[in-house]
Design a protein around this ligand. Structure first.
Ligand SMILES: *Cc1c(COP(=O)(O)O)cnc(C)c1O
Length: 386
């Protein structure tokens, strides 16, 4: 790169986390530090906690804010709701579904996997059959948006099955919240978790765990080891408008701004904006003659695309990032080299999608892929204008 390109380079994140952050949120995070045992912080924190209830669509549940990445919040869900020797059904079908199983196994919870083919959504009837076949199941762990494959699972349908058997339902909504509907109260979800750096338009560093009243019987009984992650301690602190330990103060200030933006736009409008942008992205990709990795199961968090033949997709993506700042991602683990993913969650608008698709065109074209330049962009424009 020449000097000017280096100095002027912009970063365009189309990654499935972290995501782009609105300037006002960046400014909020740059606020001077305040002390957390003050009425000033308590007011900010209780507003954030209320706004979090709104994005989880709960009135009666509570949302606990931990200083950690999303995975910390997942671990908190397991250690607070389960006991040693309990049996849990985990819906796999990607890296993040598998993470539930790994966390459960780490703490001595017995795991029954419902294996779902990569790129497919789980059939709630298959889950129903598994619950019937297994005896003494305590809980079902699922993922709203499986970020490794781009699949969105039918949580409403899954919840009907799980509630029909009176089991605990725990949802990893880390990339799904603020993109796809998740109705904590209406669907009867017991515990759901998200992280700050996906649809919430925040930097990484916060995990938000929503706990319904219905989860407390299991929480009271849970005997797995926990100290920092204790929901009971968090609940007590929340009733005093604070956290149990030093919160990530400026991240919470930033959350105040980001969540109020979501509230102002209206969560239904946020969902439909994502649906429209995702639709345009998928159609743009198809117009280039490429194939969606997750087909009909594709969610609105990201667009996963099968890598075209004869191209080293990972090095092509790396070159694009290094030269232009446009950042998309490849596949993880066994999907490495087989696909690429365009994230479009959070602070994303129509022209971001035009830019992302034009960058994909450039990247494929420069690496010897036979595509017609502009064909994807023109399809995207047609959809977004129309
Ligand atoms: C990003 C993500 C995680 C992991 O979150 P970290 O913040 O990296 O710990 C877990 N599940 C899903 C579905 C995700 O998208």
């Amino acid at each position: 790169l020449n000097g000017m390109q280096k100095i002027m380079k912009k970063t365009y994140l189309f990654t499935p986390g972290p995501t782009q952050i609105p300037p006002d949120v960046v400014l909020a995070e740059a606020s001077p530090m305040i002390h957390h045992r003050t009425s000033e912080f308590s007011e900010i924190f209780s507003n954030v906690s209320e706004d979090l209830k709104y994005i989880f669509q709960t009135r009666k549940g509570e949302v606990f804010t931990f200083a950690s990445s999303g995975t910390g919040g997942m671990e908190a869900c397991v250690v607070n709701s389960m006991s040693r020797g309990d049996k849990a059904i985990v819906v796999s079908g990607g890296k993040f579904g598998e993470r539930w199983a790994q966390i459960c196994e780490t703490f001595g919870v017995n795991v029954v996997n419902v294996d779902v083919e990569n790129g497919k959504a789980v059939d709630p009837d298959v889950l129903d059959d598994t619950i019937k076949k297994e005896k003494d199941v305590k809980a079902v762990f699922v993922t709203l948006s499986e970020t490794s494959t781009g699949v969105v699972h039918d949580i409403e349908g899954i919840a009907k099955v799980v509630k029909g058997h009176n089991l605990l339902l725990v949802v990893d909504a880390i990339s799904g919240i603020g993109v796809h509907p998740l109705m904590m109260d209406d669907w009867g979800i017991d515990i759901a978790v998200t992280g700050s750096q996906k649809g919430c338009m925040l930097p990484p560093g916060l995990a938000f765990v929503c706990v319904a009243q219905s989860a407390w019987a299991s929480i009271e009984k849970s005997d797995l080891p926990k100290y920092y992650w204790s929901f009971k301690k968090m609940q007590k602190a929340l009733s005093n408008k604070t956290t149990a330990y030093t919160p990530a103060i400026t991240l919470i200030m930033a959350a105040g701004k980001a969540l109020s933006m979501i509230r102002e736009e209206g969560i239904e409008n946020v969902w439909s904006r994502h649906a429209k942008l995702a639709h345009a992205t998928r159609e743009g990709i198809k117009a280039l003659g490429l194939e969606l990795f997750a087909g009909d199961a594709s969610g609105n968090v990201l667009t996963s695309v099968k890598a075209p033949e004869g191209i080293n997709i990972d090095s092509a993506i790396k070159k694009l990032r290094d030269e232009t700042g446009v950042t998309i991602t490849g596949g993880q683990d066994e999907l490495k080299g087989k696909m690429f993913r365009i994230g479009h969650m959070g602070y994303v608008n129509e022209f971001d999608i035009v830019l992302a698709i034009s960058a994909v065109e450039k990247c494929l074209h420069e690496n010897g892929c036979k595509i017609e330049l502009g064909k994807g962009v023109s399809k995207v424009q047609e959809i977004l204008v129309g």
